[in-house]
Design a binder for this molecule. Structure first.
Ligand code: RIB
Ligand code: CA
Length: 314
């Protein structure tokens, strides 16, 4: 049976340890074509997330993928990073050599519009950081919502948050951007904490990574070692962003439910909450919310994707 062509992905991200593992997954999975990367301030500042994206792509053997920097701060709120989780560099205890490539000139917002507008219906847009670039792009060019093949985010939660009791980091960091994105008229596939907290890089998972050459030694293991997110007692670091790309590559691993998602922007204690209504009338639903995942099959596809990266050999 002939395989369908790989899905072309434009990834907007804030590397970030799990963003880095997501980039590696996208480079290794045969069903994905990671064609473009844009960066946004989030886990660490714009300069660092951009340098990290370039460095991870070089380690993955993909220095050809263009990296275009975007917003250095949220739309309205002050910059709030996650160095306490991802470390000063943004890659935990991993230390990659500076990339030999440079970011592409220009701004991510213009790049997103140009690339997606030039290939309507062909590009799956995936966002694994705060939604600042995406909000600016869809406000500048509302037709973007109809031009994407699909739009998938790592962000939000139908239940509790991880940055506050109510809000998950990517939404909490820029709630106004998220509110614009969820009301832009497209279907947002929301890969939130409901599923990402189920996929832990346990010690057994990390042992499966250990034989993966420089990929493991230079990034996977030191990155996970330096990750200060979820408590180790809960099994190990959650690789949140990898699940967003895994849903694009292998949607059958996930169970998703349609819902109406509204983003709280006014609450003193609830700003960034993704208020998820699974009982909303069909015509008002703006999201497909991932609520279940086949965890063993997820890790099998992640490891097999990593093994396909040249740096995993020897
Ligand atoms: O809440 C998890 C999300 O916040 C992930 O995207 C992680 O990289 C951080 O950006
Ligand atoms: Ca991220």
């Amino acid at each position: 049976m002939t395989q369908p062509p790989p899905t072309r992905v434009l990834l907007d991200c804030d590397p970030g340890i799990d963003d880095a593992l997501a980039i590696l997954f996208a480079c290794g999975h045969p069903g994905l074509d990671l064609a473009e990367v844009t960066t946004v301030s989030g886990n660490v500042d714009l300069g660092k997330v951009t340098a990290n994206a370039l460095g991870v792509l070089e380690l993955a053997g993909r220095p050809d993928v263009p990296v275009v920097p975007g917003s250095a701060r949220p739309l309205l709120r002050p910059v709030a990073d996650a160095r306490d989780v991802h470390g000063e560099s943004g890659l935990g205890a991993a230390s990659l050599p500076p990339a030999r490539t440079e970011p592409v000139a220009g701004h991510a917002v213009d790049f997103l519009i140009e690339q997606i507008g030039a290939a309507p219906g062909e590009i799956t847009l995936v966002a694994t950081g705060p939604l600042t670039n995406i909000a600016l792009a869809v406000r500048r060019e509302p037709r973007l919502a109809g031009w994407v093949k699909d739009f998938v985010i790592m962000g939000g939660s139908a239940g509790r948050g991880n940055t506050t009791p109510a809000a998950e980091f990517n939404i909490w960091a820029d709630p106004e951007a998220a509110a614009i994105v969820f009301s832009a008229g497209w279907q947002v596939t929301m890969v939130g904490l409901d599923v990402t907290l189920q996929a832990r890089a346990t010690p057994a998972v990390q042992e499966r990574m250990r034989p993966l050459g420089r990929l493991a030694a230079d990034l996977l293991l030191p990155g996970l070692l330096g990750y200060r997110g979820e408590a180790p007692a809960e099994g190990g670091p959650a690789v949140h962003d990898v699940l967003a790309l895994a849903l694009v590559a292998e949607p059958g691993l996930f169970g998703c439910q349609p819902a109406r998602v509204e983003v709280e922007t006014a609450g003193q204690w609830t700003a960034g909450m993704t208020v998820t209504d699974f009982a909303a009338p069909a015509g008002t639903r703006n999201a497909l919310v991932a609520m279940s995942i086949d965890v063993p099959a997820f890790w099998d596809t992640v490891l097999s994707s990593y093994r396909r990266i040249p740096a995993a050999a020897g």
